[in-house]
Write a protein that binds this ligand. Structure first.
Ligand SMILES: NC(=O)c1ccc[n+]([C@@H]2O[C@H](COP(=O)([O-])OP(=O)(O)OC[C@H]3O[C@@H](n4cnc5c(N)ncnc54)[C@H](O)[C@@H]3O)[C@@H](O)[C@H]2O)c1
Length: 312
């Protein structure tokens, strides 16, 4: 089935890869983005793509755009995170924005909403890999606001598939240790590693599960999207150094920052069963594919939702 997809935050890292994957197979896409972290120039010119510059926080806009476009599917990819002290912007985009999207979806009889959620919703988890039924205990502005937004959606009565995502690597990745180490090591600058462990997943694996979420008869639920394998930031550093042919310099390993979490690795078991899906790329393959992409296209921006890393 060809969908009319309303995609919030479509100019972002995930949004643009989703567009690149879904336009060629005949879906029609409407993007609503305020270009706070996404970039207009990353959106292709295509007869089946409409782009509107505006915010999910504007209820009147959202409602008008929905009733004009009449989407059959909504993908909620907009998010605010880049200034951890800007609680207002995070709440407006991640909570009020999600409410506006939920209400407009109800009013327009949208059959499915796919929402993206951060693993920070689990806060400091009791168990890793983190099972899907773990409690949500966010403590950062991004995590708190995204969790509230997800809860409004999950309780809206709509058919909502909320994907709690590992760190997705792919075109235009602008957040986390990989672009940071690549840029700094290439420029001969010093680096440090936080003493933390994260899970990374390849964009192609993410796009495959997204495509299943679009096509399969899946009822409302939340799903961890991950390989289930953790990698330390020091291992990320070593891989980048080795890829660049640099004898890995001695690098300080800093204790976990006050706003950071030692280990965040999602357990995808429930998702694998439900979707009959499994990530194909391991970490080494994923990071090499990412670094090859940077070699071709470069790193444009680097964002972090951690205040402890802004000083770097
Ligand atoms: N990329 C990942 O690895 C990852 C991991 C966990 C969760 N997520 C979630 O996936 C989604 C997409 O993330 P991303 O990596 O593409 O981030 P991104 O910053 O590249 O994309 C977010 C997009 O939302 C837009 N935006 C921000 N505020 C908006 C507003 N008020 N109205 C309209 N648009 C707005 C930005 O301009 C940007 O284009 C987010 O919801 C994020 O929380 C991503």
């Amino acid at each position: 089935m060809k969908h009319k997809i309303f995609l919030t935050g479509g100019a972002g890292c995930l949004g643009t890869s989703i567009i690149d994957a879904l336009l060629p197979i005949g879906h029609e896409i409407f993007v609503l983005d305020n270009f706070v972290t996404g970039k207009k120039q990353n959106l292709p010119n295509h007869p089946n793509l409409t782009v509107f510059e505006g915010s999910v926080t504007n209820k009147e806009h959202v409602s008008k755009l929905f009733s004009e476009f009449k989407p059959t599917l909504v993908i909620n990819s907009a998010a605010s995170y880049k200034d951890p002290s800007n609680w207002k912007e995070d709440s407006e985009t991640n909570i009020i924005g999600s409410i506006n999207i939920a209400k407009a979806s109800i009013d327009n009889n949208v059959k499915k909403v796919i929402n993206f959620q951060t693993a920070l919703c689990y806060g400091r988890p009791d168990i890793t890999p983190i099972p899907i039924d773990s409690p949500t205990k966010p403590f950062t502005s991004y995590g708190i606001s995204k969790t509230a937004g997800e809860q409004y959606l999950m309780n809206s009565g709509l058919n909502v598939v909320s994907m709690r995502l590992a760190n997705i690597c792919g075109p235009r990745l602008a957040i986390g240790p990989i672009p940071t180490f690549y840029t700094r090591l290439k420029a001969g600058k010093s680096c440090f590693c936080s003493d933390t462990i994260r899970d990374f997943i390849d964009m192609e694996d993410f796009l495959e599960i997204l495509s299943l979420a679009i096509t399969k008869e899946i009822q409302t639920g939340i799903y961890n999207i991950s390989t289930g394998k953790g990698t330390s930031i020091k291992e990320v550093f070593d891989e980048v150094a080795s890829y660049l042919g640099i004898t890995a310099p001695v690098v300080p390993i800093l204790p976990v920052g006050a706003d950071d979490i030692k280990e965040v690795v999602l357990d995808p078991t429930h998702t694998e069963k439900k979707f009959n899906w499994k990530a194909k790329y391991d970490f080494k393959q994923t990071i090499i594919r990412q670094l090859e992409w940077y070699d071709k296209f470069g790193v444009t921006d680097i964002y972090s939702h951690l205040s402890s890393q802004k000083k770097n």
